[in-house]
Design a protein around this ligand. Structure first.
Ligand SMILES: NC(=O)c1ccc[n+]([C@@H]2O[C@H](COP(=O)([O-])OP(=O)(O)OC[C@H]3O[C@@H](n4cnc5c(N)ncnc54)[C@H](OP(=O)(O)O)[C@@H]3O)[C@@H](O)[C@H]2O)c1
Length: 545
């Protein structure tokens, strides 16, 4: 394999050559070979759109450990999160009885994991925690409150760990497996420090804790990957602050999941602490450069004269779907070198982890094929009221505006078009207005529209659609979207299809509930635009059905 020296990065494999080596390593997986062959031939797009069988979605097929007989019932906390959501199907596929712990129930969980038990519990409420841990043998601890923001997440994380440690002891759990972050308690980053403190709190009790520590995780939908992807794809020029020259050891999401499952299936790992990482140690600048090489984009990186983390965090939050509080917490972590110490885990769970490039290609290919299962940006925005539903506020004083169109087309076809809103397809009419609203939202630390959609071909309850989230779906009849942007009230967008004689009436209703004068002002200020935006929206949906 030939290599090229890139300043600040060392030897980078030349794009058209390196996949040959990768091909050899991935000899067992024909689908991977197919992807890589296209890469070698320079057919990048084809490589990304290579059809992958469903089995591809399972990460642990080549794990050297075997399902543990008598492992008992397994609890996955943080099952609604990025890593938990990918761990649950792996454990189910290996035959373990799994209980997935979430804070808010969604029918999507029962659909995705029909064989899993769903427990609704909050680690900050001890009673619900006791119920969730009853009859459990092994628990994965994947709870993280980073979304609460810098002033609250530390306390919440530690309290949750204290409660969990006590509940585990009370319920007589045999093991806890915790995934934390690389770094140490002297870290300058409150986020990394908190990950260490959580490990300490969990370890205080009598339940043995296996601690896995990872640095930056690369996979479709991971926060770090989203930041890198958006920065590289959106900007032609990237300023590199001095802390971006620190080193880290990225690891692919599939390898993280393999270590998590492998740790449970390796009794020697009980009670141990292990650093997990990919095969390379790279600078953050290197991660950006390699990403640009993979997508064949020319990006000019230059040494920035200033390094204020708050500034870069805010800039990144405007350009990526990751909120400013999170980009800041993650960037503060970049001030430390996060490199694995020791490779004991590779002896216990021996497999060859993916390189950073391989992880990036897989992530890109999943996105291209619309097969992203969990995304960090699908998490609820901070301080969001998880329980409030439209039917619960209806009846209270509020505002509505409805626009509709009568159509000859069948309900199924109309509904199919309704379900295409947002993401890559946009909002059919006056897209720039939606974009502008999203940009304002982002400027004021809202979620903005850059979250897009996890899946572009279908929608499920709880899926994010730009600055909305799906609250309800009745096939061929209704799509109810709850607004998550910054608003002086609560808002919903309700698409409905009703029979009217021989025809179907497609309507969209904006619901807005507010108790403040500013809220009322906001509603009336936007009222003139409703006709233009919403009538245009239903007309276009009807046309495209
Ligand atoms: N993702 C990475 O890049 C990365 C890198 C290194 C290490 N890690 C570690 O991996 C672990 C999991 O990370 P992740 O990326 O999967 O996090 P995540 O996507 O933010 O998920 C966090 C989960 O914690 C749940 N949670 C928060 N507060 C809770 C509470 N009080 N009670 C019950 N559940 C609560 C959330 O539930 P809701 O959906 O209800 O909010 C969510 O399911 C963390 O320890 C993290 O430090 C992650």
């Amino acid at each position: 394999m030939s290599t090229k020296v890139t300043p600040g990065l060392g030897e980078v494999p030349v794009m058209v050559r390196w996949p040959e080596g990768v091909l050899r390593r991935m000899g067992k997986d024909n689908q991977d070979r197919e992807i890589m062959k296209h890469m070698v031939d320079g057919h990048f797009q084809k490589a990304l759109t290579c059809a992958l069988p469903d089995t591809f979605s399972l990460f642990c097929q080549d794990l050297p450990t075997r399902p543990l007989p008598g492992a008992g019932r397994v609890l996955v906390t943080g099952a609604s999160g990025y890593i938990g959501g990918r761990l649950v199907p792996e454990l189910l596929a290996r035959g373990y009885p799994v209980r997935a712990m979430v804070r808010a129930f969604s029918p999507a969980y029962s659909k995705h994991w029909p064989n899993a038990e769903i427990a609704v519990a909050d680690a900050l409420e001890t009673e619900s925690l006791d119920r969730a841990l009853e009859g459990i043998d092994t628990a994965y601890y994947l709870i993280h409150s980073l979304l609460l923001g810098p002033s609250s997440f530390l306390h919440a994380d530690i309290q949750a760990a204290v409660n969990f440690g006590k509940a585990a002891e009370k319920q007589g759990l045999r093991r806890i497996i915790y995934l934390g972050g690389l770094g140490d308690t002297r870290s300058q980053s409150p986020h990394l420090k908190s990950r260490m403190q959580v490990a300490q709190e969990l370890s205080r009790g009598r339940t043995p804790v296996t601690i896995l520590r990872a640095a930056i995780i690369i996979g479709s939908g991971s926060a770090s990957y989203e930041i890198i992807r958006h920065l590289v794809t959106r900007l032609p020029v990237l300023p590199i602050p001095h802390w971006a020259k620190n080193r880290c050891q990225p690891i692919a999401i599939r390898d993280v999941v393999k270590y998590l499952v492998g740790a449970m299936e390796t009794p020697e790992a009980t009670g141990g602490a292990f650093d997990i990482g990919g095969p390379e140690i790279l600078t953050y600048e290197g991660l950006l450069r390699i990403f640009a090489l993979v997508i064949r984009k020319r990006v000019w990186l230059f040494d920035a004269p200033f390094s204020h983390i708050g500034f870069y965090a805010y800039l990144a939050s405007l350009l990526t779907p990751v909120p400013a509080s999170i980009t800041r917490a993650l960037m503060e972590g970049l001030r430390d070198e996060v490199v694995a110490s020791g490779d004991e885990i590779r002896r216990l769970i021996p497999f060859k982890p993916l390189t950073y490039q391989e992880a990036v290609i897989r992530a890109l290919s999943r996105e291209e094929q619309d097969k992203v299962y969990t995304r960090w940006s699908d998490a609820y925005p901070p301080a969001y009221d998880l329980a409030l539903k439209l039917h619960e506020v209806q009846g209270k004083p509020g505002y509505t505006a409805t626009r509709s169109v009568l159509s000859d087309k069948p309900a199924r076809s109309l509904f199919g078009s309704v379900c295409c809103v947002g993401g890559r397809a946009g909002w059919f009419r006056a897209n720039w207005m939606w974009w502008l609203r999203g940009a304002f939202d982002r400027l004021f630390f809202g979620v903005g529209t850059s979250r897009g959609r996890r899946c572009h071909s279908s929608l499920e309850v709880n899926d994010v659609v730009d600055f909305f989230r799906v609250e309800d779906i009745e096939p061929d009849r209704r799509l109810l979207l709850r607004a998550e942007m910054k608003l002086p009230g609560k808002a919903w967008l309700d698409f409905a299809i009703r029979e009217e004689g021989e025809k179907e009436r497609l309507s969209v209703t904006a619901h807005f509930f507010t108790s403040s004068w500013f809220g009322r002002l906001y509603w009336y200020a936007f009222l003139p635009f409703h006709h233009f935006i919403f009538q245009g929206l239903v007309d276009q949906i009807e046309k495209q059905s």
